[in-house]
Design a protein around this ligand. Structure first.
Ligand code: ARG
Length: 601
């Protein structure tokens, strides 16, 4: 419906200019054209939109807002284009103009969406500057944990929405594959499992993670070990072939493990780990020095941060080079920002760079963003955004742990979701005395189980901590994946019985609606484009989830209260059209969240 809102806005601007020509031309010259302040109606009984501009104009025009509204409405009513779009406007309260679209306009909009594979969501002109989504980003030789799972699920959904809108998206997996941890690990492995450094898969990944833990403990307590580890990092970073080979083996092994999870969740990522930026680290330091930002502090090279007003801030400085000469996480991120905004071929030429990590990294990103901005690496229209999310907690509100107190392994977590779905499904089939073959059971359990995990994560406001609960995410009622997947299945069934599923079935032209439940559904359906644009801007997938949940509820109310298959045409066909557009919207919306739908379950 954004298209209609735009048309309406143009008509309102025209009406304003005709009603107040002098003020309008003065405002235009001053570079602030009069704004009708069009927005969605604050309550459904006020219509579809409201224009609040009369209030703001009262002072400059020295007229009462109601008088201004009356003048605008008089102009609107004299405009045939407006009369074709809206019912006669109403002035409410101090001077709000309430606007209601004509029923036939809404019905035509439904028909238009139905015929459009994009369901009315416009695409930005293609070939624009890429958007980088930096997400998932686990660390080599460490366990991928629930925080990475959240990043993976949220990042993928955001990337899908941006791609759907037509942006070229770089889905970057900024894996931790560089730095001190490799020095520690390689040094330790040389002592305890040297074969791991020369032969692929000589130890399995679980052991590798355990070795890493031992190495870390040793690093923290043993000074000689620390020195050797540091030397090992230097060797690796300077390209020593033996170190490189060992590093490569460790990376390959972790990478294969990560990939299994991505395949299972249908997530595409391009790996560009921290090591990629190694060749650019010196240049980062040189740039910062040239910009006069570097300060030496106890042997370390730092950039001190500024407060919003340009004053020095109390926050700790961003360290770009440690006193031992080594670079760190922040240096790599600075190099990444510099590279991502730089023009190709020496960079990605991005205009928007999005980082999906836990909220604990907020100050890290605030710091590096500021340094990058002051270094002049970010174009004026460049956007750098940290998309933070809260912790995953168990049902007890504490950090998610297994019963035995270990960190939860992602594979086991997904397995359990699928197993529970399978058990539920078998129970339901037995109750309904339904016979289904094993491949059906497997497909449904896998789809619903994985969907439940993804949706539970996406549907909470990501900023808040999130309580992981299988019972809640697998419930058939409430704002859950099973509930939405059921809605799709239910509508598919109606369409099958109504014969509206077959290709080429024509819906009545024009579509006609009369019942309030139909109008409620029409209006909900036509909000889809606005919701997608909102997610594109605000990067909050839970907005799309709430929309889809509400849509299913509005649909159920409609279907429970208004006859569809038993109605006479054109009502029957028009109602089937609403069923079909609802199903299409749910499928597309869930698809943008990375959740496939089912025809039967
Ligand atoms: N590897 C990091 C972690 O596990 C996340 C990296 C996020 N991306 C970035 N460009 N810093 O916490």
């Amino acid at each position: 419906m954004l298209r209609l809102a735009q048309t309406l806005n143009t008509l309102l601007v025209g009406a304003l200019e005709r009603a107040f020509p002098e003020a309008a031309s003065a405002a235009r010259q001053a570079g602030v054209p009069l704004d009708p302040q069009l927005g969605p109606a604050s309550k459904p009984e006020f219509g579809d939109f409201q224009a609040n501009g009369a209030m703001a104009l009262a002072r400059p025009l020295r007229q009462a807002p109601r008088q201004i509204a009356t003048a605008i409405v008089a102009q609107l009513e004299a405009d045939p284009a407006f009369a074709a779009l809206c019912l006669p406007p109403e002035i409410a309260g101090p001077g709000f103009i309430n606007l209601t679209l004509r029923p036939e306009v809404l019905a035509a909009e439904v028909a238009r969406c139905l015929a459009d594979p994009r369901l009315g969501v416009e695409a930005v002109a293609g070939g624009g500057a890429p958007v980088v989504v930096d997400f998932s980003s686990p660390n080599i030789a460490k366990e991928m944990h629930v925080g990475h799972l959240r990043s993976t699920i949220i990042g993928d959904a955001l990337a899908r929405v941006l791609e759907f809108r037509g942006h070229p998206v770089l889905r970057l997996n900024h894996v931790g594959d560089w730095g001190t941890q490799f020095g520690m690990l390689i040094t330790h492995l040389k002592l305890v499992a040297p074969e791991a450094l020369t032969t692929a898969d000589a130890v399995d990944l679980g052991d590798l993670v355990a070795f890493y833990r031992q190495a870390k403990a040793r690093f923290d307590s043993d000074e000689t070990f620390q020195t050797t580890s540091r030397e090992e990092v230097v060797k690796l970073q300077s390209g020593d072939p033996t170190s490189r080979r060992a590093w490569q083996l460790l990376c390959d092994q972790s990478r294969r493990e990560f990939q299994r999870l991505y395949d299972r969740l249908d997530i595409r990522l391009d790996e560009r780990g921290e090591s990629f930026y190694n060749p650019y680290l010196e240049a980062v330091v040189a740039d910062l020095a040239a910009a006069g930002l570097l300060v030496s502090d106890g042997g370390a090279q730092c950039v001190f941060l500024e407060g919003e007003d340009g004053t020095a801030r109390q926050a700790p400085p961003v360290i770009v080079r440690k006193s031992d000469g080594g670079f760190n996480y922040a240096t790599t991120d600075l190099a990444a920002i510099r590279y991502r905004f730089a023009a190709p071929p020496e960079g990605d030429g991005a205009r928007r760079v999005i980082y999906v990590t836990d909220a604990g990294q907020a100050s890290h990103f605030a710091g590096v963003f500021q340094v990058a901005r002051r270094a002049g690496w970010i174009p004026d229209d460049g956007r750098l955004e940290h998309v933070p999310f809260g912790l995953v907690q168990g049902e007890d509100g504490k950090k998610l742990k297994t019963r035995s107190g270990d960190t939860v392994r992602l594979k086991e977590l997904l397995d359990e979701a699928v197993e529970r779905c399978e058990a539920d499904l078998r129970r339901r089939l037995a109750e309904e005395e339904r016979q289904e073959d094993e491949s059906f059971i497997e497909e449904v359990a896998t789809t619903v189980g994985l969907a439940a995990v993804k949706y539970a994560d996406l549907s909470t406001n990501r900023i808040t901590n999130y309580q992981f609960s299988f019972d809640r995410m697998l419930a058939l009622s409430g704002n859950t994946a099973p509930y939405l997947l059921y809605a799709v299945v239910r509508i598919a069934g109606i369409a099958r019985r109504g014969g509206a599923n077959a290709a080429g079935v024509a819906f009545p032209e024009p579509l006609v609606f009369g019942e309030p439940q139909e109008w409620a559904l029409v209006r909900q359906l036509l909000q889809f484009d606005a919701v997608i644009l909102e997610v594109e801007q605000e990067l909050l997938p839970n907005r799309l989830c709430s929309y889809l949940f509400e849509l299913s509820q509005v649909f159920n109310r409609f279907y429970d209260q208004v006859p569809v298959l038993k109605a006479e045409d054109p009502a029957r066909g028009s109602r089937l059209a609403l069923c079909r557009l609802t199903a299409d919207t749910l499928k597309l919306g869930l698809g943008l969240l990375g959740i496939p739908t089912l025809e039967r379950m």
